[in-house]
Design a protein around this ligand. Structure first.
Ligand code: FE
Ligand code: FE
Ligand code: ZN
Length: 279
């Protein structure tokens, strides 16, 4: 059975989000850890978190995904931005510790002209500062499309970051289907080869979550524009085939498609039906 969810807002709390997710047939979800515009994030209400954890247990939710703000650049070229990234990630991980099993997904950053080598080095350096042996929440590096000076668009770069991190048993990867396709991995036509390549370079045991999106932009375009399932260049058939692989079907799969709640409910129902039909 697939574990599906979508990106939701935590503005009304965790129990609310849990119920919202359940109402659309989801057993996982993703949320932003804080307002992307920065500023101090407020602590989550203890009683709400406790009520959510009960609800999630009763409804057999799988691991959920906390997404770091997009505005955070772990390999920036100036100290201030780097310190902000460190502060954010440190604080997010601290707050996340009340949600056991929640993954902390982040974008490895943009090197803004410093070069990929430096970008990889700085991102790994930041991870070495914020990851501790004791922490319970895994940190996931998201695969990127390579727009602008983004790092993390090749499996090699992601593997290099992982190899440079000391406590890398706390590190994993979240594969975004739109990003890898736009980044030059043809999951529309050669999904098996892409997974095999991922396994050789990073290791499929490092893969903990999937962002399931169609891509408005063509293969290898290095542009990041999500489309609804079946309304992009990857296509519904290929995405259905992709989620059904044994390496993927066990993971939390998060939709980040341009949808409202009803639209997400439709996509979740579609994916469940389509994979049941194929199996
Ligand atoms: Fe993302
Ligand atoms: Fe994503
Ligand atoms: Zn994206």
């Amino acid at each position: 059975m697939l574990h599906l969810g979508c990106h939701l807002s935590i503005s009304k709390g965790f129990l609310h989000i849990g119920k919202e997710a359940k109402s659309i047939g989801a057993d996982t979800f993703q949320f932003f850890t804080r307002n992307p515009q920065g500023g101090q994030a407020k602590n989550w209400a203890k009683d709400d978190v406790a009520a959510y954890l009960d609800f999630a247990r009763e409804n057999r939710f799988v691991n959920i995904v906390a997404h770091a703000p997009y505005t955070l650049n772990p390999c920036a070229d100036n100290q201030r931005t780097l310190e902000f990234a460190e502060m954010c990630m440190q604080d997010d991980l601290q707050r996340l510790s009340v949600l056991p099993g929640a993954y902390y997904n982040f974008h490895p950053g943009s090197h803004v002209g410093q070069g990929i080598e430096v970008g990889v080095e700085k991102t790994a350096g930041l991870l070495n500062k914020i990851i501790s042996k004791e922490q319970k929440n895994l940190v996931l590096i998201e695969t990127m499309s390579g727009k602008g000076s983004e790092i993390g668009a090749t499996f090699e770069q992601i593997a290099e970051i992982i190899n440079k991190v000391k406590n890398n048993d706390k590190l994993g990867v979240c594969l975004d289907t739109c990003h890898v396709f736009a980044g030059g991995y043809d999951i529309a036509n050669q999904p098996e080869e892409v997974l095999k390549h991922f396994d050789e370079i990073i290791g499929l045991d490092r893969l903990y979550a999937v962002h399931l999106n169609d891509s408005l932009m063509p293969f290898n375009s290095h542009k990041d524009r999500h489309a609804k399932i079946g309304e992009g260049e990857i296509g519904a058939g290929a995405l259905v085939k992709f989620v059904a692989y044994s390496e993927i079907v066990r993971l939390p799969i998060i939709l980040e498609t341009p949808n409202d709640l009803a639209g997400y409910a439709n996509e979740i129902a579609f994916l469940k039906n389509a994979t049941q039909r194929n199996s």
